[in-house]
Design a protein around this ligand. Structure first.
Ligand code: COA
Length: 251
């Protein structure tokens, strides 16, 4: 097991590159440095001939609490060269299939990154949340385009305009995840499916992925850029500042 940053682990076995988010004490909240580590891990997997599939997972009981809110205040993204955007683009452009295992909270980008993954497994205690509105923010990660396509406008509006969390069964019912599993079965199942994928003909697999994504590819990229510009503006708004401060003063 090696690392691409202090809290991002990287490992390849049986054709599968495992990328683990490992900052459980802060619920795997993602800092700038962790996005850099994720980008590096995806780049490494892209170049690594031994890696045919990428498996992304969190720590036990937590996938990720989303962007580190302190970082949002201290090191906000400023444009497309910011680490969070480069991470979303790395995911958007990944040619190798991406499998994700979600255990516990998947907040903010923890949920929206799933729109760019190919197969998603959730534990029974997975909890999804796009709380942007309640933080004075707007949808990101392509969710303003991809969630209505997945779930219809009625459901997408409900999830994005109220910003309420939803459980694994709800995620299954809107087609966000492939399977819901008991906690102990989650990683073994996700890993087994990733290994199975890695045994499929690699070129055909990549060509299939490209075809499945091609129809929405440019629209998704344009959405990422559009959302990013508004999101950056919102980050310094009084509404967002008040919400971030309320989070850190809640205890
Ligand atoms: N940014 C920075 N720190 C975070 C964080 C985040 N997004 N999410 C959690 N943490 C920190 C907490 O401040 C706390 O740190 P402390 O122990 O030094 O006080 C630690 O992680 C544990 O979090 P806590 O809230 O006590 O855990 P919980 O199990 O009660 O709740 C969550 C877990 C994920 C539901 C909750 O932490 C949460 O809602 N986090 C914010 C999610 C968010 O708004 N993300 C941004 C989306 S754009």
């Amino acid at each position: 097991m090696s690392s691409t940053s202090e809290h991002i682990r990287y490992d390849v076995a049986d054709g599968v590159a495992s990328v683990a988010i490992d900052r459980a004490s802060k619920k795997n909240a993602l800092t700038l440095e962790m996005y850099e580590g994720l980008v590096a891990a995806f780049e490494r997997a892209a170049e690594d001939e031994a890696a045919r599939v990428i498996l992304l997972h969190g720590a036990e009981g937590v996938f990720t609490a989303g962007n580190d809110l302190l970082d949002f205040m201290q090191n906000p993204p400023t444009g497309e060269d910011s680490a969070v955007f480069r991470f979303l683009l790395a995911l958007w452009s990944a040619e190798k299939p991406v499998v994700v295992a979600v255990d516990g909270p998947a907040v903010g980008i923890g949920t929206t990154l799933l729109f760019h993954a190919d197969l998603i497994y959730a534990s029974e205690r997975a909890r999804f949340h796009m709380p942007f509105i309640n933080l004075g923010l707007v949808p990101e990660g392509g969710s303003s385009f991809l969630l209505p396509r997945l779930a219809g406008y009625a459901k997408a509006n409900e999830l994005l305009m109220f910003g309420e969390p939803f459980d694994a069964q709800a995620a299954l019912s809107i087609g966000l995840v492939n399977e819901v599993l008991p906690v102990d079965a989650l990683l073994p199942r996700a890993r087994a499916r990733a290994r199975e994928l890695a045994q499929r003909p690699a070129e055909a697999l990549r060509a299939s992925k490209r075809l499945i994504r091609e129809g929405t590819r440019e629209a998704v990229k344009a959405t990422l850029q559009r959302e990013g510009a508004v999101f950056i503006e919102r980050l310094t708004s009084p509404e967002a500042m008040a919400a971030f401060q309320a989070f850190f003063q809640r205890k």
